[in-house]
Design a protein around this ligand. Structure first.
Ligand code: GLY
Length: 373
């Protein structure tokens, strides 16, 4: 364990050294990827409503909690203000309000209790809860006429609702979150521990109508970031509710993820795709590592090593081959992939949530115990 501690301390210091200047040079941005080594915002998509826009303030808060450096706090708070414009939009906000505000305004409020931050996080929670279909018992993902569309990613949005119930004492948010999680156990989690990315559900009964391959290789394949959303999402639902089936589900997905990363540690973009071309998605590995560490904290001592060893194997492989520690490049984690069938320009690129989850995993290993989700 000493060898691991030395490694963890070294990596944490490298992250801090790298991000200190970047927290200033990217003060006025909500970064998505990098161009010519500099963080840039998402060029297309939903503008300020783009689903990843909470990760930059979230990353800054991780660094603030871990270092108490005021620059990180200033940058996080400024990014939270930049996000306000998204509340003026209606058409482009969807279930990803959880990703956007739980680790930005939500963390700010949990740290400092500011009224404005609370209002932002509660407003986001209300938007998310309003997407609940009370007949089918699920949260709809996207807009337009996709009324029954449910994607596994939402397991990472619902922790905002657990917090909202905790904060207000109103059980409805938690009820919505648990109803949604219970539905996905039936509709998205497969017998072998893998998950579907997208399933359309009947809007009255909640029964599955049609599944889709989504961002993975094909229908029935196993998009690795989707697996990591499920892995981390189910253990978070367990932490917030203590409902055993969520822990069991998280372990099942974890076992599938561990089996598929046993050889090298770095996940392919899809675990059930042809061997060529080799397409990695490092972001899936970083997110899964966070979930594995949380599973390790929630199982009996004699079970912990399986999950902790797997998390370390993944993180060390990511660090060895895919982290850029130079001052020529703003991002840390390279070779994230948006989707298996994305254009080449969206494959093997740095993506902000890769840096976020890699840092969150090291933050957890350092022993900082404030849970961001
Ligand atoms: N939530 C969308 C993605 O993981 O790309």
């Amino acid at each position: 364990m000493n060898e691991n501690k030395t490694w963890i301390d070294e990596i944490w210091e490298k992250i801090d050294k790298k991000l200190k200047p970047v927290s200033q040079s990217s003060f006025d941005k909500l970064p998505y990827t990098t161009e010519n080594g500099k963080y840039v915002e998402k060029k297309s998509g939903d503008g300020v409503c783009w689903w990843t826009n909470g990760f930059w303030p979230g990353l800054m808060w991780l660094m603030y909690v871990g270092t108490k450096d005021e620059q990180y706090r200033k940058t996080a708070e400024h990014a939270e203000e930049l996000l306000d414009e998204a509340f003026e939009d209606y058409d482009h906000l969807n279930h990803d309000v959880g990703f956007m505000w739980h680790i930005s305004a939500g963390v700010n409020y949990r740290l400092f209790g500011g009224h404005k931050s609370k209002v932002r996080a509660m407003h986001a929670a209300d938007i998310l809860a309003a997407r609940f279909n009370s007949s089918g018992k699920f949260i709809r993902a996207w807009n337009g006429d996709l009324f029954g569309r449910v994607i596994i990613d939402c397991m990472m949005n619902i922790p905002l609702l657990y917090w909202a119930s905790h904060e207000t004492g109103d059980p409805r948010y938690k009820y919505v979150a648990m109803s949604h999680a219970d539905t996905t156990l039936k509709t998205h989690l497969r017998a072998d521990g893998s998950v579907h990315h997208i399933v359309d559900l009947d809007i009255v009964t909640g029964e599955p109508v049609e599944a889709f391959g989504g961002q993975g290789y094909e229908l029935g394949s196993a998009w690795s970031r989707g697996q990591s959303w499920a892995l981390y999402g189910y253990i978070l639902s367990y932490i917030h509710t203590q409902k055993q089936v969520y822990l069991d589900a998280a372990k099942r997905v974890a076992h599938y993820f561990i089996a598929n990363t046993a050889e090298y540690g770095v996940p392919l973009c899809d675990f059930r795709a042809p061997q060529e071309p080799v397409i990695y998605d490092t972001t899936a590995g970083a997110c899964a590592a966070c979930g594995l560490i949380e599973i390790a904290k929630n199982v009996p001592e004699h079970e912990q090593h399986l999950y902790m060893k797997a998390a370390l194997r993944i993180l060390k492989a990511l660090e060895k081959d895919f982290c850029d520690w130079s001052d020529k490049e703003d991002s840390i984690l390279q070779k994230g992939t948006e989707a298996y069938h994305s254009p080449d320009s969206s494959k093997h690129i740095p993506i902000i949530y890769g840096d976020y989850f890699f840092t969150e995993a090291i933050y957890k290993l350092k022993g900082f115990d404030m849970l961001f989700w």
